[in-house]
Design a protein around this ligand. Structure first.
Ligand code: SAM
Length: 241
């Protein structure tokens, strides 16, 4: 069944008012007809089966599905050049990330325009719909690397991916993981500076490896989040988080 995400003010009792954009998407792009059923998501974890009417949808039943990771996962990602971040947002959303925190780092001081941020939020919404997520990840406004360290200070398990040196593999660090949240940080094309690595360690991050090859800034989040999802989902049947 096709999915679409609504905002809270669109729902009144058992009726969802469709925006013009949603009507276009449902009737023109997806070629659904009045009377057809679809799944409406509020982007915060609730989903309903709905029946389409002209410019609204009637709620038929609440859906009880669970497609989210068992804990909250924040991705700190240094903003790369070009359109690579589109790819990062899309694959991180598909892999179950909860929050994306774009970060300006010493080797990537690019400040994205409001239009870029809007575009990334749209990509997150589309990827969440496509991958049948219950929530749309939050894409925060970009912050400095120092602010990213402060903002995530309450999370005990924070990992900084570094392509050089000989840190423990992320997989080994995740063994016996029992927290309710984790943070993973990926650097820019030029890598983290040694000052950034030192600051992160001083603030409680553990440096980790994703293997012996140097991954692109777009591939590294994908590799890290695949590993995290695999570990969390294979544990979640046997352990309480
Ligand atoms: N020349 C850079 C360096 O030496 O660090 C390479 C940076 S890499 C293209 C971009 C980011 O991806 C790195 O800062 C790191 O966060 C992550 N990364 C890439 N390969 C990795 C690996 N094998 N292990 C851990 N992190 C990796």
């Amino acid at each position: 069944m096709q999915r679409f995400v609504i905002s809270p003010q669109q729902k009144r009792a058992e009726q969802i008012q469709l925006t013009r954009e949603q009507q276009h998407y449902l009737y023109r792009v997806l070629r659904l007809q009045r009377g057809d059923r679809a799944i409406a998501l509020d982007g915060e974890g609730t989903a309903w089966i709905v029946q389409l009417q002209e410019d609204s949808a009637v709620i038929i039943e609440l859906l009880n599905v669970q497609t989210e990771l068992p804990i909250s996962v924040t991705l700190i990602a240094a903003l790369p050049k070009g359109n690579i971040f589109d790819e990062v947002v899309r694959s991180a959303t598909e892999l179950g990330v909860t929050t994306i925190l774009p970060t300006l780092s010493d080797r990537a001081l690019l400040k994205p325009s409001p239009q870029k941020l809007e575009r990334w939020r749209r990509i997150a919404k589309e990827a969440a719909e496509q991958s049948e997520r219950q929530i749309v990840p939050t894409l925060l406004d970009p912050v400095s690397f120092n602010d990213a360290l402060h903002l995530t200070a309450e999370t005990r398990d924070r990992y900084l991916c570094v392509a050089r040196g000989n840190p423990q593999h992320l997989l080994a660090s995740l063994q016996n993981f029992t927290s309710h949240s984790l943070v993973i940080a990926i650097g820019p094309e030029g890598g983290w500076t040694s000052l950034e690595v030192d600051r992160a360690i001083a603030s409680g991050f553990q440096t980790v490896s994703l293997g012996k090859r140097v991954l692109r800034a777009a591939t590294a989040p994908l590799a890290a989040l695949s590993l995290i999802a695999a570990v969390l989902e294979s544990y979640s049947n046997s352990q309480e988080y």
